[in-house]
Design a binder for this molecule. Sequence first.
Ligand SMILES: Nc1ncnc2c1ncn2[C@@H]1O[C@H](COP(=O)(O)OP(=O)(O)OP(=O)(O)O)[C@@H](O)[C@H]1O
Ligand SMILES: [Mg+2]
Length: 221
Amino acid sequence: MRRIVVMNTKGGCGKTTITTNLVSYYASRGYNTALFDYDVQGSSTHWLKQRSLEYPPIHGVQAFRQSLGVTRAWQTRVPPGTQRLVLDTPASMDRLELMERVRGADVILIPVLPSPIDTHAAANFIRDLMLIAKLRSDRTRIGIIPNRVRESTLGFQALQRFLRSLNIPIVTQLHDSQFYVQAADRGIGVHEIPDPRVQRHQVAWHRLYDWLERVPETALA
Ligand SMILES: Nc1ncnc2c1ncn2[C@@H]1O[C@H](COP(=O)(O)OP(=O)(O)OP(=O)(O)O)[C@@H](O)[C@H]1O
Ligand SMILES: [Mg+2]
């Protein structure tokens, strides 16, 4: 099983968008796919509720909600046979929560909006993450995803320099597109939108899928 955590304590950078597009892609490729929603806002859960039965199924867990009469461990158990597990996380997390989410992860994906404020916040977040979660030699398992990019990576040089110094890769870049908004509303991924103009975005996603498949499978301690 591959466990992918999407996180960045900055709000609105694209965590849910990346989570939902990833799980729908994995499901469409025939993987047993689970989506754990750790955000009390429940955006991923809401997305999954919109998903029609005609699309490949995804197992959803509202991990933010403590169900009555069951233990936390039981509630957040991963269904047997799961091959791809993607965790959506909230904007604000304390140290303990951050550590818990990172534990057992194969990959950490960090979406970043290409603005100076978001770049600065992302650099701080990555620094905290590496310190708190003691990620040193596992740097190749962190992938940065500039999101809502309008033109190359203008205004992004500072983050790029910072990432280079830590040897953290930018694994793909997602463009700003209304297809993401449409897909979010319909419980699908952009690749499930039957419009030839979507193909323009597929290249970026394939870069991410390829990178994810190449990442070693040993979980972070
Ligand atoms: N590439 C994109 N193009 C256009 N709109 C996008 C793109 N990525 C995200 N959005 C939109 O931006 C908004 C915020 O994205 P999203 O909900 O994925 O961020 P988030 O990090 O999960 O936010 P939060 O911190 O509140 O959980 C949403 O309305 C989403 O549809
Ligand atoms: Mg979200």
